[in-house]
Design a protein around this ligand. Structure first.
Ligand code: TMP
Length: 213
């Protein structure tokens, strides 16, 4: 089974992914945790270029191709082999981030983006995607407050608030287009409440996967 987590930076995604993975491992699932961009040695080098504050001049099409290159590598090197071994893969971001950020955020053509994404993934699609949903004003505020505790502020955080609003609306449009695949969790709640909602959504689907063998 292939599960992805999506949502804005500052929505608590990294914490929630880590908590979910540790619970599923305690319950005996063979979980592989990975993230995008990155997740492979090649992908981590691409991640560095994408996040570097020096690269403000990066064109959205160049950005899209770098995310896609990182994705092609992680799919073949990491995700497909684990799925083939009947494992559970959890990925912190996947192609929905591209639709939300490069498509809805930057306004790149969605049908072209779909072709490039399908080429990069070889058609691989998550079975389930969890959206940690929070207003951009709140998520950016959380990122700013975390800076003095070692938090990160990258090139994408520095985009205008309008951009982050389009990204959130984009996520909602993606959910509306494929509601079976998505679970939307209110990320403005406490860490424990968010985790509770995630596990509640996962449990019946994991049982279903087991009974299908
Ligand atoms: P994160 O790893 O801290 O979540 O940061 C990744 C950043 O990259 C985040 O701002 C979202 C952005 N991103 C895209 O714009 N497009 C993509 O396809 C992916 C995977 C991430």
């Amino acid at each position: 089974m292939f599960i992805t987590f999506e949502g804005p930076d500052g929505g608590g995604k990294t914490t929630q992914v880590a908590m979910t993975v540790s619970t599923l491992r305690e319950r005996g699932h063979n979980v592989l945790l990975t993230r995008e961009p990155g997740g492979t040695a090649i992908g981590d080098q691409i991640r560095h270029v994408l996040h570097d504050m020096k690269n403000q001049a990066m064109h959205p099409r160049a950005e899209l191709l770098m995310y896609s290159a990182s994705r092609a590598q992680i799919v073949e090197e990491v995700i497909r082999p684990h799925l083939a071994a009947k494992g559970l893969v959890i990925c912190d971001r996947f192609f929905d981030s591209t639709y939300a950020y490069q498509g809805y955020g930057h306004g790149l053509d969605l049908s072209q983006l779909k072709l490039i994404t399908e080429f990069a993934t070889g058609g691989l699609k998550p079975d389930l995607t969890i959206l940690l949903d929070i207003a951009p004003e709140d998520s950016l505020q959380r990122r700013l407050s975390a800076l003095d505790k070692g938090g990160e502020w990258n090139r994408l955080d520095a985009m205008a608030l309008d951009f982050h609003k389009r990204v959130r609306d984009g996520y909602h449009a993606l959910v509306a287009a494929d509601p079976q695949r998505w679970v939307v969790v209110n990320a403005a709640q406490s860490v424990e409440q968010v985790q509770g909602d995630i596990l509640k959504a996962l449990e019946p689907r994991l049982v279903e996967t087991k009974s299908q063998g």
